[in-house]
Design a binder for this molecule. Structure first.
Ligand SMILES: [Mn+2]
Length: 268
């Protein structure tokens, strides 16, 4: 068995710290749950995530490919960086590579996400149709009319290391094309296209272990997300809103005890 890798992308507008902190919550949650693989965070802050290095964790400075014109342009550029990392990550060195959006925390160990035999494991969101404008921007007309399938989230997937380059190259070239349908999220729509055309075994990440409580009503029940392995704050609009929610998920999972010791220290 080779080594596994998780990477995420945390880019902030100049002077902002929102995504930097989201990534830190995510990495801390992975380390607290004893993830056994390597972790890489790409970020654009001069400040390191941790003052004390963590074993198996690396941070890489990455700047936007060009200056952003406005906040919307910034978000598009930042999302595009998800598939621009083959210079730093050599997929063949790993058994599996997982991408996790930085607006996620893990509530328990996710080593088993890497056990699947398929060479691409994805998360199809419950209660969605791939024709939604978040997923279906690159569907053909026929698929738009007839394909029955859930939309695929581009924020959590695992690929076999030897196919990592292929996946990212296809994702990048697809996204460079003009969408063929109504398209809200171009990066995620391009990912859906690549999965539909994938020439290999496709698996689903463990059912019921990924929750999107801020955008998916199927999983919005409190128990549904507190029992999940990954909580993904997709659709949480503003970064501070996501941070507040994920901070509460993190503290609920890792800093809670029935005597509320931490709270009582702070509220002496
Ligand atoms: Mn996300």
């Amino acid at each position: 068995m080779g080594r596994n890798l998780i990477y995420t992308m945390a880019l902030d507008p100049k002077g902002a710290t929102g995504h930097w902190n989201l990534a830190k919550l995510l990495v801390s949650s992975l380390l607290r749950t004893r993830f056994t693989g390597d972790i890489i965070v790409f970020h654009n802050s001069p400040r390191p995530l941790y003052m004390v290095p963590r074993k198996g964790f690396r941070e890489i400075r990455l700047d936007l490919p060009r200056a952003a014109r406005d906040m919307r342009d910034f978000a598009v550029l930042a999302q595009t960086c998800k598939h621009s990392v083959t210079k730093w990550i050599k997929g063949a060195e790993y058994d599996k590579v997982m991408f996790i959006d930085c607006d996620c925390v893990v509530l328990r160990n996710i080593d088993h996400f890497f056990d699947d035999d398929s060479d691409l494991a994805i998360f199809s969101e419950p209660g969605t149709d791939i024709q939604g404008d978040s997923y279906g921007g690159y569907l053909t007309d026929k698929e738009w009319q007839r394909l029955v399938r859930r939309g695929i989230n581009s924020g959590t997937w695992v690929v076999a290391g030897h196919r990592f380059d292929t996946l990212l190259r296809r994702w990048r070239t697809t996204q460079a094309r003009t969408p063929t349908q109504i398209c809200g999220l171009r990066e995620q729509s391009a990912f859906n296209r690549v999965v539909l055309d994938w020439d290999g075994d496709i698996g689903e990440l463990p059912a019921g272990e990924i929750a999107l409580p801020l955008c998916n009503r199927e999983l919005s029940h409190y128990r549904a997300f507190t029992n999940c392995a990954i909580v993904h704050a997709a659709g949480g609009d503003d970064v501070n809103h996501k941070l507040r929610f994920l901070f509460s998920a993190f503290t609920g999972a890792f800093l809670f005890d029935p005597q509320l010791a931490l709270f009582n220290i702070l509220e002496m």
